[in-house]
Write a protein of this length. Structure first.
Length: 255
């Protein structure tokens, strides 16, 4: 009823509003009813907007299909999905540009722990870059369990100083990990269920879930970036606390 009669009035059928509308029912009873309605494909739930919507006619069982995809998805590298969703851009040493008129670029990219050493050896892929910020996304701060392991990372940052390589270990964020798993499953559903091509309702729902999940990944990434540990020329540095600190640090390196 809310979806039909309140379009444009800012009222949305959230779980809180639905529960408030039926004071004679307990919260557990309402949640059970809503779960049944989802299972019967009568309504769909948007986690991002925290609201329920009437389901259009479709034979595609979205929730069952999600579970099947989750159980059969091949092994994958979450850092590949992260780099696709969070598209990092090269860093310009802006202060040096204003002082000299010359553009000094640093490549900013995700790299897996396994490929970190090769990336350092190979140098930037961007031909105009004079250095690189390497953000390790699959080895988090909480996984550095000993001073000895951290020393290994510091030693890597000493390798070939002329390449101006700065290594960052993306801060731990459990929600990012969970969202990347969820996103990988949603994307795999396109491959696993070819019938989606002819089911507009199910296809729209999947596209909405993917878009909402990507938005949440970008928001959580910014939180993780603020917790990132950075290493440069054999030392752990503290100058970089946000994405806005990358350019000033790049200028400092060139000085």
């Amino acid at each position: 009823m809310l979806e039909i009669f309140t379009q444009g009035y800012g009222m949305r059928p959230t779980s809180e509003l639905i529960k408030a509308s039926f004071p004679e029912l307990s919260s557990t009873e309402i949640e059970s009813i809503l779960a049944n309605l989802q299972e019967w494909n009568c309504v769909i739930y948007s986690e991002y907007n925290n609201e329920y919507k009437l389901s259009s006619s479709s034979d595609f069982d979205f929730f069952k299909s999600f579970k099947l995809a989750k159980a059969s998805i091949p092994k994958h590298d979450s850092s590949d999905y992260l780099s696709d969703v969070v598209q990092l851009k090269p860093v310009l040493a802006k202060r040096k540009y204003h002082e000299t008129g010359s553009q000094y670029w640093f490549e900013l990219k995700f790299v897996s722990d396994a490929n970190l050493k090769n990336q350092i050896n190979n140098g930037p892929e961007l031909t105009t870059a004079i250095g690189q910020f390497l953000l390790v996304s699959d080895l988090t701060n909480k996984q550095i369990k000993s001073e000895h392991e951290e020393q290994k990372l510091i030693k890597l940052s000493e390798h070939d100083n002329s390449r101006n390589c700065i290594i960052g270990l993306l801060g731990k964020n459990v929600l990012v990990d969970e969202l990347m798993v969820e996103l990988a499953i949603y994307r795999y559903m396109w491959e696993m269920f070819p019938e989606l091509a002819s089911d507009e309702t199910a296809r729209n729902q999947l596209e909405e879930e993917i878009n909402n999940t990507e938005i949440k990944v970008r928001a959580e990434f910014r939180k993780s970036f603020a917790l990132t540990s950075w290493y440069f020329r054999g030392k752990k540095i503290s100058e970089i606390r946000s994405e806005y600190d990358l350019s000033p640090f790049a200028s400092k390196i060139i000085d």
